[in-house]
Design a protein around this ligand. Structure first.
Ligand code: NCD
Length: 305
């Protein structure tokens, strides 16, 4: 049985197959409409989410399956003190596959030790978010036509932003990717990503503070929200939250084919005036997230169509 805990759980070849499947689902949705008839997905969300939880639910419903679950720790038995291990043992009796989001790093990994159904990590603390990475890869491959030979700007909260950590882990396996890490000093990449992932793989990267200085060199700009819930004090958050605001003026400095991605939710870091720019790809990214989660569910349940 397979789980998805880290973006590295799939080899590059397996990822290619998964993205091909997602592409086929996009083109021929009717072919997959009953692929998961009779199957149940459980969504175990111990932390708030709109997109990720609903996109999993939408993915399973589009496959003909059904969904159950909870959307906050407060509404589950976690509030009575039940452990993740006990919850997952029980859920294994109710569902065929589950997606778990948890504020503690490693919680979905703990679940895999006792689960008799595939577990998908839907975000664990500031650590990893592999299904957002699948979404990002599908968006890049679909709109840029490749996953190699790219200069990628990662901007905002690189310290706590798990989507950035997962994306870097996945992308170091492709050729000729240049990473431009754009953040204030306090929100730089953690060393376990900088040293153990970027440097260990011999990747070229730079760390800068000013977006204006580098935006003109990028094929892709991945904006992120300052992760308020992971800050130790509100003062630091307030000081840093509006450090970057991508607006029309900054977009004028960018290449005509630079794409703007964002895992969403957006707060202030992208001005709404950018939404109508043809380079803004963050709402298209949401749609790709459903196709790729459909492909993931089929792959982990070993359903072939
Ligand atoms: C991201 C997350 O939860 O890490 N959201 C998402 O799943 N699309 C990004 C964020 O919350 O900033």
């Amino acid at each position: 049985m397979r789980h998805l805990i880290s973006p590295l759980d799939f080899s590059v070849e397996e990822l290619d197959r998964l993205l091909d499947l997602a592409g086929d689902i996009e083109k021929n949705p009717a072919k997959y409409a009953h692929a998961c008839d009779g199957k149940i997905l459980a969504t175990l969300f111990y932390e708030p989410s709109t997109r990720t939880r609903l996109s999993f639910e939408s993915a399973m419903l589009h496959l003909g399956g059904q969904v159950l679950g909870f959307s906050s720790a407060a509404s589950s038995s976690a509030s009575k003190g039940e452990s993740v291990s006990d919850t997952i043992r029980m859920i294994s009796c109710y569902a065929d596959i589950c997606a778990m989001r948890h504020p503690k790093e490693g919680a979905p990994m703990v679940a895999t030790a006792v689960s008799s159904i595939p577990v998908i990590n839907a975000g664990d603390g500031g650590h990893q978010h592999p299904t957002q990475t699948l979404t990002d890869l599908m968006t890049i491959r679909s709109l840029k036509g490749r996953l190699d030979h790219l200069t990628i700007g990662l901007c905002g909260d690189l310290k706590f932003g798990r989507t950035v950590h997962s994306l870097i882990k996945a992308l170091v396996r492709y050729d000729d990717i240049d990473f431009v890490c754009i953040s204030p000093e306090e929100l730089k990449l953690p060393s376990y990503i900088r040293e153990d992932v970027l440097e260990a793989n011999g990747k070229h990267y730079q760390e800068v503070e000013r977006l204006e200085d580098v935006i003109g060199n990028l094929d892709l700009l991945y904006m992120t929200r300052v992760q308020r819930e992971r800050f130790f004090n509100e003062e630091d958050y307030v000081r840093l939250k509006d450090f970057y605001i991508l607006d029309k003026k900054k977009m004028k400095l960018a290449r005509p084919d630079m794409l703007v991605l964002h895992p969403l939710p957006r707060v202030n870091e992208i001005s709404v005036e950018v939404d109508n720019d043809p380079r803004a790809a963050y709402f298209r990214q949401v749609q790709y997230g459903v196709y790729v989660r459909m492909a993931l569910i089929l792959t982990l349940l070993e359903v072939t169509v």
